[in-house]
Design a protein around this ligand. Sequence first.
Ligand SMILES: NC(=O)c1ccc[n+]([C@@H]2O[C@H](COP(=O)([O-])OP(=O)(O)OC[C@H]3O[C@@H](n4cnc5c(N)ncnc54)[C@H](OP(=O)(O)O)[C@@H]3O)[C@@H](O)[C@H]2O)c1
Length: 255
Amino acid sequence: MDFQNENIWIIGASSGIGEATARLLAPEGATLFLSARSEDKLRKLKNTLRGNHYVHPLDVSSRDDVFKVAKTIKEKHGRIDRIIFLAAIYEPTAIEEIDPAFAEKTFKVNMLGALHLTQALIPILETQKKGQLVFCASVAGYTGLPYGQPYGASKAALINFVESLAAEVEDYIDIKLINPGFVKTALTDKNDFDMPMRIEPKEAAAEIVKGLNQKPFEIHFPKKFTYVMKLVAALPYFLNLAICKTIAKKRKEKA
Ligand SMILES: NC(=O)c1ccc[n+]([C@@H]2O[C@H](COP(=O)([O-])OP(=O)(O)OC[C@H]3O[C@@H](n4cnc5c(N)ncnc54)[C@H](OP(=O)(O)O)[C@@H]3O)[C@@H](O)[C@H]2O)c1
């Protein structure tokens, strides 16, 4: 792993997987740019990290915020080597109970945030003729899991978006897609169901950091869980839906 003297921008660094990723990358000698909405949490994190790091609060659903921070980092620090997008919001709900305003916000953060970031960064990475752009989606985007909307749909859209992006950019820009299974963070603490093979943020961050310098486009973990989810997604619909209906029935019985 060599991140020495790299400029790495982490969006969604104030908690969970993003914070754990920052804690792993700082000792590797990278200069970190930490973004999320909660400036206080970002400052606390920065103060515990060794080395020179910078806090850039933003709301990814604001195109202006994203473009301004990208420009500031580039102008003040010369280059941006890697950008890791982990910002997302989630509320588990039954479809009939989804608040349309929250659904809109979910897409604005989880999906449109990625679009703003891409459009702000691609011209910068093109001038540098080098750089890595990494997006965190979820296994929830592999197939339509019950009680996972609108988050699941936003992550399915993000996976599709990142696949298209990887096909469109020049070879010197490395696009990566992260698809975690369950990780114990504030996001999943909202779930009231059993989360198989749930791992700690530190473990998720270790998988991410290892995957950044490896060849595969997708970084997914824990493998025993993600391969099962890949299989469920690849099944013909009569089998896929039978499995998902069984999960939904179990959830209803438990509620
Ligand atoms: N935990 C899991 O099991 C799991 C599984 C699959 C995928 N993921 C994905 O992993 C990523 C990290 O999630 P996590 O589990 O670590 O949850 P988390 O602790 O809730 O982290 C989410 C991060 O996104 C930031 N964020 C939310 N809305 C934002 C906005 N509008 N603008 C900027 N930043 C925003 C949050 O900071 P502020 O609130 O300060 O803005 C926070 O730093 C997400 O993309 C999530 O979908 C998680």
